[in-house]
Design a binder for this molecule. Structure first.
Ligand code: MN3
Length: 198
């Protein structure tokens, strides 16, 4: 069954000025669509034709001759999550249960944000920064290269993901990835969505 591009859960200009309409037109309409087109072509007529997206990602991770289908399936999954992780007038206060879990794991919300921003800024080249819950119940900040995501690691569940590929911020922030990460955390994150992933 072919995958299709999900609609953004907000208007294309809803995240401006922090993420412009132009960025979303390219990032959602072109980049994300291209991953889906490639994935649909790569799964045609083989064992993945009717597989669930999560299964394709897990079964192709680190498999040498499946790198193409891994990259495109993982990036499709990553972007579905990423769009949901943002909203108009995002940032601000988080639901109480999420705030408590973050304080338990990081000490304070500010410490969590500092760690998330530093991991995102420190990811060399293309990749993602994540807030994940782990098998022992702790929350952790991780970063991954290219399309790799928490589905690839046993016990990890993604609560929040931020795309740090240059296509995510170069139109609006040029090379200032730290400014983009700050705006993501303070002005774009949909904390209610993140809390629902717990
Ligand atoms: Mn992207």
């Amino acid at each position: 069954m072919a995958f299709t591009l999900p609609d953004l859960p907000y208007a294309i200009d809803a995240l401006a000025p922090y993420m412009s309409q132009e960025t979303l037109e390219f990032h959602h309409g072109k980049h994300h669509q291209t991953y889906i087109t490639n994935l649909n072509n790569m799964m045609k007529g083989n064992e993945f034709e009717n597989a669930a997206l999560e299964d394709i990602v897990r079964k192709t991770y680190n498999v040498a001759d499946k790198a193409g289908i891994f990259n495109n399936s993982s990036q499709h999954w990553n972007h579905i999550l990423f769009w949901e992780c943002m909203k108009k007038n995002g940032g601000g206060a988080m639901p109480g249960e999420l705030e408590k879990r973050i304080k338990d794991s990081f000490g304070s919300v500010d410490d969590f944000k500092a760690q998330f921003a530093a991991k995102g800024a420190g990811q060399f080249g293309s990749g993602w920064v994540w807030l994940v819950s782990t098998a022992n119940g702790k929350l952790e900040v991780t970063s991954t290269p290219n399309g790799v995501n928490p589905l690839c690691f046993a016990g990890q569940k993604a609560l929040l993901g931020c795309d740090v590929w240059e296509h995510s911020y170069y139109i609006d922030y040029r090379n200032r990835r730290p400014d983009y990460l700050k705006a993501f955390l303070d002005n774009m994150v949909n904390w209610e969505f993140v809390a629902r992933q717990l």
